[in-house]
Design a binder for this molecule. Structure first.
Ligand code: NAD
Length: 350
């Protein structure tokens, strides 16, 4: 395992992206997002995505020069066409506009469609929370073969559709950021198990005949199996609503209407931005949020080594650890990054 400090990793990732055709500023934005995902402990959404982005640019699926086209009638509802640009660039812009608008209108809705992979959704919630705005994000994925089965179904019908909500930092407590895929596990975790020759827990996967299995290979052989949604009918319901709210409402489309293309990952995101300062709870809000956090965390842990946390804390702990120790990059990912960099005429040498 190579341990790389985050600053040189940011520079190497930005260099690779610029060589692949991104504007310097956009290359830095995407690189920072990916390295921040690694720092937050979510390696599945970190620099390991770069080879995929390079392939998608070469295939004409990701336009490295595209920017967000904002449709703003001037009220609380805005739309953004990502124009197949870097998701990290267009979703960041959509978030900045939505958070700003919520400060005047109290609440703002931003419908982002047609973004290439936006990565770790929590980063946009953190961006809004940093300027005091709470947010809710529904995301779907199209253009990519489906991975997740509906509750009671026997094959994949949608993707890992993430959902995210954040409440800004209050009274010395960090922002609460709940950000997860609606599938039981991310596809990246299935791949890791396959590479290590491990099995997944019962109830995570089904094979192509719809039978429960612990074998990760079912996701990498044709006909493919599927990952199950988390929380039975409840997680399935959330995943399906991501499909409707992010896909149908934004105009970006759902898995049922958008054809699959190799290496394509298009995200659509419906985001709600809320200015807590304009609500009746505003006066006592910081104290209320802090008290609620302290109250749940005071629950005696069932296992003394595993204290109660609130959403967002695991990522903060990872960041502190990895900023000090570096980001681990496994040999297979390093090799892929090296190959991707050479394909665009640079070296991957953080
Ligand atoms: P996960 O299962 O690791 O859950 C993460 C969430 O749970 C975080 O909010 C974290 O703070 C919280 N959490 C974890 N442990 C906790 C504990 N003990 N107590 C309280 N809260 C706790 O996340 P995941 O489902 O593997 O998703 C990983 C990332 O993948 C997310 O950032 C998501 O946005 C991203 N994703 C993106 C796409 C896309 O298409 N762009 C698709 C799927 C997932």
């Amino acid at each position: 395992m190579n341990m790389v400090q985050h600053r040189p990793l940011r520079i190497a990732a930005a260099r690779l992206l610029a060589a692949a055709g991104a504007r310097e500023e956009d290359a830095r934005t995407v690189a920072d997002h990916l390295v921040d995902a690694n720092l937050s402990g979510h390696d599945s959404h970190g620099v390991g995505m770069l080879p995929h982005y390079v392939r998608a640019i070469a295939a004409g699926l990701l336009d490295p020069q595209a920017s967000a086209a904002v449709e703003d009638p001037g009220g609380a509802v805005l739309s953004v066409d990502g124009q197949n640009g870097f998701g990290q660039v267009v979703a960041r812009k959509a978030t900045a506009i939505g958070a700003e608008r919520a400060k005047s209108t109290g609440v703002a809705l931003v419908a982002l469609r047609g973004a290439f992979h936006i990565g770790r959704v929590g980063s946009y919630a953190e961006q809004a929370a940093a300027v005091g705005i709470a947010s809710v994000h529904f995301v779907n994925v199209v253009g990519h073969p489906p991975l997740v089965a509906p509750f009671r179904g026997s094959d994949a019908r949608f993707a890992t559709n993430p959902f995210c909500v954040a409440v800004p930092a209050a009274a010395g407590r960090p922002a609460v950021v709940l950000d997860f895929a609606t599938s039981l596990v991310a596809l990246g975790k299935v791949r890791v198990a396959l590479n290590k020759g491990e099995r997944l827990p019962e109830g995570t996967l089904i094979d192509s005949a719809g039978r429960g299995t612990t074998d990760p290979a079912v996701m990498y052989t044709e006909p493919r199996g599927a990952i199950l949604p988390f929380g039975l009918h409840k997680g399935y319901g959330m995943a399906f609503l991501c499909e409707l709210l992010a896909g149908a409402f934004t105009g970006g489309g759902t898995v049922s209407t958008i054809p699959f293309q190799k290496d394509r990952i298009t995200n659509n995101m419906l985001s709600i931005f809320i200015d807590p300062a304009q609500l009746p709870g505003a006066a006592g809000l910081e104290a209320q949020v802090a008290a609620a956090i302290d109250h749940v965390k005071a629950s005696p842990p069932a296992n003394p080594e595993l204290p109660v946390l609130v959403a967002g804390e695991p990522e903060l702990a990872w960041r502190a650890q990895r900023e000090a120790e570096g980001v681990p990059i496994d040999p297979a990912t390093w090799e892929e990054l090296d190959r991707a960099a050479r394909s665009v005429g640079v070296e991957f040498a953080p």
